[in-house]
Design a protein around this ligand. Sequence first.
Ligand code: NAD
Length: 294
Amino acid sequence: MHNIAFIGLGNMGLPMAVNLAKAGYAVKGFDLSETSRAAAEAEGVSAVATLADAVSGVEVIVTMLPKGEHVVAVHGEIVGLVPAGTLLIDCSTVDVASANKAHELAAAAGCLSVDAPVSGGTGGAKGATLTFMCGGADAAFGVAKPILEKMGKKIVHCGGAGAGQAAKICNNMILGISMIAVSEAFVLGERLGLSHQALFDVASTSSGQCWALTSYCPVPGPVPTTPANNGYRPGFAAALMLKDLKLSQEAARTSGASTPLGAAAAGLYEDFITGGSGDRDFSAIVEMLRGGEE
Ligand code: NAD
C-alpha cells in the first residue's frame, strides 16, 4: 500500500483524496487555500502546510489543479523534491501541450507519470464513480490503475503521454455540441407546439438519443435529477465547459483538424458567459437559445 500526496483539494480533489484515505492509503493533502486544507483535515486527510511536506516520504503524488500553468509549475517543483521512481498522476483537465510538458519534467527526473483527467463531476468524485482517461507508459499506468480504481469505476488506458487529455477534450467537445443540439431541438419544439415530454419520449428512443438528452436533459421535467430542475445550479459550470471547448479548439488548430461545430459551440458558450452565466450549469444555454421567452 503506497503513501500518497494529494495536491489541490478543491471541489474535485477533496472528495477524491477522501476516497483514497477511506480505501486505507496514508494520504497527505496540500492546497494553497487554508480553507481547503481545513476541510480536508475534517474529512480524514492529513493536511500539511507546504508542498515539500506533502511530497516527502510518499511514492505517489496525485494533482488536481485548475489549469495547465498550475500543473506545469507544481510538477516543476515536485521533481526537485522527490526521488527517481516516484509516480506522478495528474487528474486536472489541461491542454495537451501542458500535459506533455509535465510528462517531460517527470521523465527528466526519472519519475513515472500518467495524465489521468476525469469525467463524472463532483458527484462522481464523491461516489468514487469517475471515469479516468489515462495517458502514459505501460509501467506507469500499471502502478496508477489500482489507485485510480479507488476513485473511479472505469479506468481507460488511452495511449502514451497526453492521450488521456486528448480523449477528455474530444469527449467534452461532443458534449458541448450535443447539449446545444438538444437545446435547439427543444426550442424549435416549443415554437411548433410540442410538449417537452413528447419530444423527450420520441427523441430518447429514436436516432436523436444522446447523453445530453437522456441523462442531462436541459429542460425541466423529463429527467428529474438534472440541473434544469434545480434552477440550473451546477453540476458542470458553463465556464468549465467553455474552458474545455477552448482546449479542443486550440488542439484542433495545432493539429490541423477541422472542427467547425466545435468552433460554433465555443462561440455560443462564449456569448453565454459574456452574458453573465459562467457560474450557471452549462445546460442553461437553452435559455439563451430560447431568447429569454417561454
Ligand atoms: P477547484 O478550483 O475547486 O480546485 C482547485 C484547487 O487547486 C483549489 O482549491 C486551489 O486552491 C488549488 N490550487 C491551485 N493552485 C495550487 C497550487 N499551486 N498548489 C496547491 N493547490 C493549488 O477546481 P475543481 O472543480 O476541483 O477542478 C479541478 C480540475 O478538475 C480542473 O482542471 C477542472 O477542469 C477539472 N474537472 C472539474 C470537474 C467539475 O465538475 N468540477 C469535472 C471534471 C474535471
